[in-house]
Design a protein around this ligand. Sequence first.
Ligand code: FO1
Length: 316
Amino acid sequence: MKENSIAILAGGIGAAKFIDGVSRLKAFIPEENVRVIINVGDDSTMNGLYICPDFDIIAYTIAGIVDPVKKWGIQNDTFNCLSMLELYTDEPQWFSIGDKDFATHLFRTKLLAEGKTLTGVALEIQQRLSVRFLLLPCTDDILRTMIHTVDGDLLEFEEYFVREKAMPKVESISFRGNNSAKATPQVLETLSYSKKIIIAPSNPYLSIDPILATGGIMTLLEERKKDVSFISPIINGKAIKGPTTKLMKEFGLETSCVEIARHYNSVASTAFIDIRDKEKRGAIEQLGYKVHCCDTLMIDASKKKELARFVLEKLF
Ligand code: FO1
């Protein structure tokens, strides 16, 4: 891979914001030098269609068509198909898919039925959306994030996150398929040859761990630890979005960026934490990290661009 090439390990919305920031730095890093390794643990089949939420969120964001408020789904979408489905299925369609979004799932399901791999489908979709970063599912095998609640329920990711609004207390998380799910050759090549590897500010437990659980990835990152960095997904003990700190409390963990650093300690050696957590710098340095403090709260396009620029300038 070329000099300033990067591979970004990415989950949902937090990652999409950072990647969007990188996409606004074309002069700093050419698009062909940016590759994104995407979590597939949220994927599921609904109404007979194959849904890939993390891939779609990132693809729509980079293509500039993501819903600007929800940060998922397609902007200005309508929901006629969904309401007709509710009529037919006589049950609430709790996973809200818009009419334009349905086209992505129909197209993906058709290509998979024709024998294409998830990676092959991803390449078709990103080409048609004129996305010039290379977006790669972490595996072409089945890998599903499963939530074990303290009440003994076993939920698929979107059942937990959307249907139950991430309310159930979580006892543990497991990854159905991780004993057989293997990283694709494209992912292994990307993680072997990208100059730097960045773990995006996603939920470590729900979005990054499934990627690390994919056969071949953890070992590769451990070998390349000196070239791996993470961006903290929490600021001042609070998650910017989603259940990261709620999970940390339920797991009895300290809700701080220091705990995030502990979580990634075997695979990363550089930490980007928020300026509001600068007093945590010493504790993270004691874990062996090189630490940079910056404003990681990506409230608008310029903040996304600033964070991306800060990170890339520190890494190259
Ligand atoms: N998130 C919600 O909170 N409610 C939804 O109804 C919903 C629908 C949805 C449809 C397509 C898609 O790609 C994402 C969607 N999301 C929805 C977001 C998604 O559940 C999560 O943001 C990611 O899976 C987390 O990484």
